[in-house]
Design a protein around this ligand. Structure first.
Ligand SMILES: [Zn+2]
Length: 92
Protein backbone atom coordinates (compact mmCIF):
# COMPACT_ATOMS: atom_id res chain seq x y z
CA UNK A 1 0.00 0.00 0.00
CA UNK A 2 1.35 3.40 -0.88
CA UNK A 3 0.17 6.50 0.92
CA UNK A 4 -3.55 6.77 1.54
CA UNK A 5 -4.65 5.80 -1.93
CA UNK A 6 -7.76 3.71 -1.98
CA UNK A 7 -6.67 1.87 -5.10
CA UNK A 8 -10.08 2.42 -6.60
CA UNK A 9 -10.16 2.15 -10.36
CA UNK A 10 -11.87 5.21 -11.76
CA UNK A 11 -11.71 3.84 -15.27
CA UNK A 12 -11.26 6.09 -18.22
CA UNK A 13 -12.22 9.70 -18.73
CA UNK A 14 -15.65 10.07 -20.35
CA UNK A 15 -14.39 12.93 -22.43
CA UNK A 16 -11.00 11.86 -23.75
CA UNK A 17 -10.69 8.19 -22.69
CA UNK A 18 -7.47 8.77 -20.75
CA UNK A 19 -7.12 6.54 -17.66
CA UNK A 20 -8.12 8.54 -14.57
CA UNK A 21 -5.60 9.06 -11.80
CA UNK A 22 -6.56 9.07 -8.15
CA UNK A 23 -5.94 12.43 -6.51
CA UNK A 24 -7.00 14.19 -3.36
CA UNK A 25 -8.65 17.35 -4.46
CA UNK A 26 -10.25 20.49 -3.06
CA UNK A 27 -13.84 20.69 -4.13
CA UNK A 28 -15.85 23.87 -3.85
CA UNK A 29 -19.60 24.12 -3.48
CA UNK A 30 -21.94 27.09 -3.39
CA UNK A 31 -24.63 26.43 -0.82
CA UNK A 32 -27.29 29.10 -0.38
CA UNK A 33 -24.87 31.79 -1.55
CA UNK A 34 -22.00 30.58 0.62
CA UNK A 35 -18.81 29.06 -0.67
CA UNK A 36 -17.85 25.82 1.05
CA UNK A 37 -14.55 24.14 0.34
CA UNK A 38 -14.15 20.43 1.05
CA UNK A 39 -10.51 19.34 1.20
CA UNK A 40 -8.83 15.98 0.57
CA UNK A 41 -11.71 14.56 -1.42
CA UNK A 42 -10.61 11.33 -3.12
CA UNK A 43 -11.40 11.68 -6.79
CA UNK A 44 -10.41 10.39 -10.18
CA UNK A 45 -8.78 13.18 -12.14
CA UNK A 46 -8.08 13.05 -15.84
CA UNK A 47 -4.42 14.03 -16.44
CA UNK A 48 -5.36 15.04 -19.97
CA UNK A 49 -8.40 17.32 -19.68
CA UNK A 50 -8.88 17.75 -15.93
CA UNK A 51 -12.27 16.02 -15.77
CA UNK A 52 -13.09 14.88 -12.22
CA UNK A 53 -15.20 12.03 -10.92
CA UNK A 54 -15.96 10.94 -7.38
CA UNK A 55 -17.14 7.57 -6.18
CA UNK A 56 -20.82 7.21 -5.28
CA UNK A 57 -20.09 6.83 -1.56
CA UNK A 58 -17.87 9.91 -1.59
CA UNK A 59 -20.65 11.82 -3.34
CA UNK A 60 -23.13 10.67 -0.70
CA UNK A 61 -20.75 11.69 2.08
CA UNK A 62 -20.40 15.16 0.55
CA UNK A 63 -24.18 15.49 0.20
CA UNK A 64 -24.62 14.60 3.88
CA UNK A 65 -21.85 16.99 4.86
CA UNK A 66 -23.39 19.87 2.94
CA UNK A 67 -26.71 19.28 4.71
CA UNK A 68 -25.02 19.32 8.10
CA UNK A 69 -25.27 23.01 8.92
CA UNK A 70 -23.83 22.44 12.40
CA UNK A 71 -20.66 20.86 11.05
CA UNK A 72 -20.36 23.63 8.47
CA UNK A 73 -20.80 26.28 11.18
CA UNK A 74 -17.95 24.72 13.18
CA UNK A 75 -15.58 24.41 10.24
CA UNK A 76 -12.55 26.72 10.08
CA UNK A 77 -12.88 29.74 7.82
CA UNK A 78 -10.54 30.70 5.02
CA UNK A 79 -10.62 34.02 3.27
CA UNK A 80 -10.71 34.27 -0.46
CA UNK A 81 -10.29 37.29 -2.71
CA UNK A 82 -13.67 38.58 -3.85
CA UNK A 83 -13.46 40.85 -6.85
CA UNK A 84 -16.39 42.62 -8.41
CA UNK A 85 -16.68 42.73 -12.14
CA UNK A 86 -15.68 46.24 -13.19
CA UNK A 87 -17.90 47.51 -15.96
CA UNK A 88 -15.98 50.78 -16.29
CA UNK A 89 -12.65 49.04 -16.74
CA UNK A 90 -13.90 46.87 -19.57
CA UNK A 91 -15.47 49.75 -21.47
CA UNK A 92 -13.65 50.42 -24.72
ZN1 LIG B 1 -10.14 13.56 -20.04
Amino acid sequence: MKGKETGYNYGECEICNTPMEEKYIKQDFWIRGKLIVVEDVPAGVCPQCGEKVVKADVGRWITRLLENTEQIAKAPRISVPAIKYDREETKV
